[in-house]
Design a binder for this molecule. Structure first.
Ligand code: MG
Length: 261
């Protein structure tokens, strides 16, 4: 069942999302060669608590961290580790969720660690574009799969593949609500978007083949061919004429200026 949020609830979602955006901006400064993903996790948790937020990932299905820290071939759900030291040229996806006054934010960014290759840069560019092309078509009356289609269309244009097993989701008082949002598809299927829907749209893109392997730790998901992967996500809500992002940080601000609706 898709839960439609009232204007009051949308305000709460915006508050949660704004705080998550602030934390992303702080954390972005901490991402550099030599830092462990466990250290980033500790910092994220501290920043969230300082803002009165609960880290929603911690303890979710026994996940041990406040962030998912997924480096290079790790697509999603990387467990923060003292042994994982970032090095120049890595890309790291940080996925982070918060609860503020009962409402949730969920977002992911893939950051460059120092100088990265043009290929890695292109993958990040593509993944962000997948999100914004989906975001641009989101408005009342369009089908959910119209967003999914945009993600797979952009990925294919770059010569990349999209994850089939994981995708976006409704969000509100719970981190994962209906509907599930595929990262691929053809237009014109699934539920119609309506004002008051809140969804987390999260393209997951592979430089190589889409096949994934689950790590022995029960969480981390990596590309089976060892090639780079990338993840980008924002929480959005549908309003009268289109859609708006709640999880606003500097990254989103840079894009919004360029997104024509
Ligand atoms: Mg999510």
């Amino acid at each position: 069942m898709i839960i439609i949020k009232s204007d009051f609830e949308i305000k709460k979602m915006q508050e949660a999302g704004a705080l998550l955006g602030e934390v992303f901006d702080l954390l972005a400064k901490d991402i550099k060669p030599g830092v462990t993903t466990a250290a980033l996790d500790k910092l994220a948790e501290k920043y969230l608590h300082q803002r009165g937020c609960v880290p929603s990932f911690k303890g979710y299905g026994d996940f041990p961290g406040s962030i998912c820290a997924s480096v290079n071939e790790c697509l999603i759900h990387g467990i923060p580790s003292k042994k994982k030291v970032l090095k120049e040229g890595d890309i790291i996806s940080i996925d982070m969720g918060n609860i503020y006054h009962g409402y949730q934010g969920d977002a992911a960014r893939t950051f460059a660690v120092g100088n990265i290759s043009p290929e890695a840069q292109r993958l990040i560019e593509c993944t962000e574009k997948c999100f914004y092309e989906a975001f641009k078509v989101a408005k009342p009356g369009v089908h959910l799969s119209d967003l999914s289609y945009q993600i797979s269309r952009v990925a294919a244009e770059y010569g990349y593949t999209t994850t089939k097993e994981y995708g976006g989701h409704g969000i509100g008082r719970e981190m994962h609500e209906d509907p599930f949002i595929y990262n691929y598809g053809t237009p014109g299927h699934g539920p119609l978007l309506r004002k008051g829907m809140c969804i987390a749209v999260e393209p997951m893109i592979h430089q190589g083949a889409e096949d994934i392997t689950q790590l022995d730790d029960g969480w981390g998901v990596v590309s089976s061919d060892g090639k780079l992967t990338c993840h980008y996500e924002n929480t959005i809500y549908i309003d009268d004429e289109g859609a708006k992002i709640t999880t606003i940080d500097k990254n989103v601000k840079g894009h919004i200026l360029n997104v024509e609706r």
